[in-house]
Design a protein around this ligand. Structure first.
Ligand code: NDP
Length: 305
């Protein structure tokens, strides 16, 4: 049976490190890392994500604030809010929860966030920096979490063939770019597969490491991987389950029971990549605060709490 790559445990460990680093940073500089999350509308899943992010930020001694706007908020109002946050020296990280309602142009909003405060790593400037291999970029949180898990569990991607299934802008593509970097956690040989890949199993069977970011349960099955593979399941799919208390349960994109019989190591769902995503958001926020202070964007001695 495969070893379990426990995202909850690892996230706990890394969050303790971030808390210690944040408190030392504050003691030294008088600045408290500040994270603002903006939610437009009342989507229950988004509400829960935003709550979890705020709680996690408070737990590592950051200053966190959640701004909730009604679903019919006009584009210009959100734009103005983001511009205000860009100019606020107490705010080091800005996260606008996606998806946004139709009247709002998501691209314009993401491009308005100051790249230095873009802790989600979705601004085109940060995407560009990632693609040219900049080591210091604020990288998107889920892909960064995947790399961190691999490295901390002793499965350094360096020199390995990693097959990433999925080519989205928030997971598959940035993950491929991180894995390709000439930097710690990079130097892998990367293949990116997607819905038009002709024979997915033939591709994934050549992988030392498979990362599934598909959004379809059981896309990767036991016959599609080679023995000894390391599998990271990014998928978070709600499926109906009358026996579960809430009537549903979470599953990933990998057939866990089958694949765990042949894999060297595998992440569970839930409790795998999910907790790592928020952890990387915290890491980015602290890093953003450090850099803004170094760049003189934060007024030293300004009240921060
Ligand atoms: P998207 O829907 O944006 O992208 C899915 C990708 O999978 C696309 O590139 C698509 O191909 C590809 N794909 C779809 N079906 C197949 C198939 N049968 N075979 C091969 N490739 C296929 O999803 P995201 O990247 O946003 O998310 C992926 C999963 O990860 C979801 O379950 C999501 O909930 C989860 N997720 C979890 C997070 C966490 O923190 N745990 C964070 C973010 C996402 P094509 O491009 O051709 O359409």
């Amino acid at each position: 049976m495969a070893k379990i790559i426990d995202g909850r445990e690892l996230a706990k460990e890394i969050r303790a490190e971030i808390k210690a680093d944040a408190e030392a940073f504050t003691a030294e500089t008088g600045v408290v890392p500040g994270l603002v999350t903006v939610l437009v509308g009342e989507d229950p899943a988004s509400q829960q994500y935003v709550r979890m992010k705020g709680k996690a930020a408070d737990a590592v001694s950051f200053n966190s604030r959640q701004i909730t706007l009604p679903a019919d908020t006009p584009h210009d109002e959100l734009l103005g809010l983001v511009q205000g946050l860009n100019a606020d020296p107490e705010v080091h990280g800005i996260l606008v929860q996606l998806p946004l309602p139709d009247q709002i142009d998501e691209d314009v909003i993401l491009e308005t966030i100051d790249p230095a405060k873009d802790v989600d790593g979705f601004h085109p400037v940060n995407v560009g920096r990632l693609s040219i291999g900049d080591d210091d970029v604020l990288a998107p949180c889920t892909p960064a979490g995947v790399v961190e898990m691999l490295v901390r569990y002793g499965y350094d991607p360096k020199g390995k063939h990693v097959v990433v299934v999925g080519r989205s802008n928030i997971v598959g593509k940035p993950l491929a770019l991180l894995l390709l970097r000439k930097a710690p956690g990079g130097n892998a040989t990367v293949t990116v597969a997607h819905s038009r890949t002709a024979d997915l199993g033939a591709v994934t069977r050549t992988a030392d490491i498979v990362v599934a970011a598909v959004g379809v349960p059981e896309t990767v099955t036991r016959d599609m991987v080679k023995p000894g593979v390391v599998v990271i399941d990014v998928g978070a799919n709600q499926i109906e389950d009358p026996s579960a208390e809430r009537g549903y349960r979470w599953v990933g994109d990998v057939d866990f029971d089958g694949v765990s019989q042949v894999a060297e190591a595998i992440t569970p769902v839930p409790g795998g990549v999910g907790p790592m995503t928020i952890t990387m958001l915290l890491k980015n926020t602290l890093e953003a605060a450090r850099r803004q202070l170094a760049a003189g964007q934060v007024v030293e001695g300004a009240p921060t709490r």
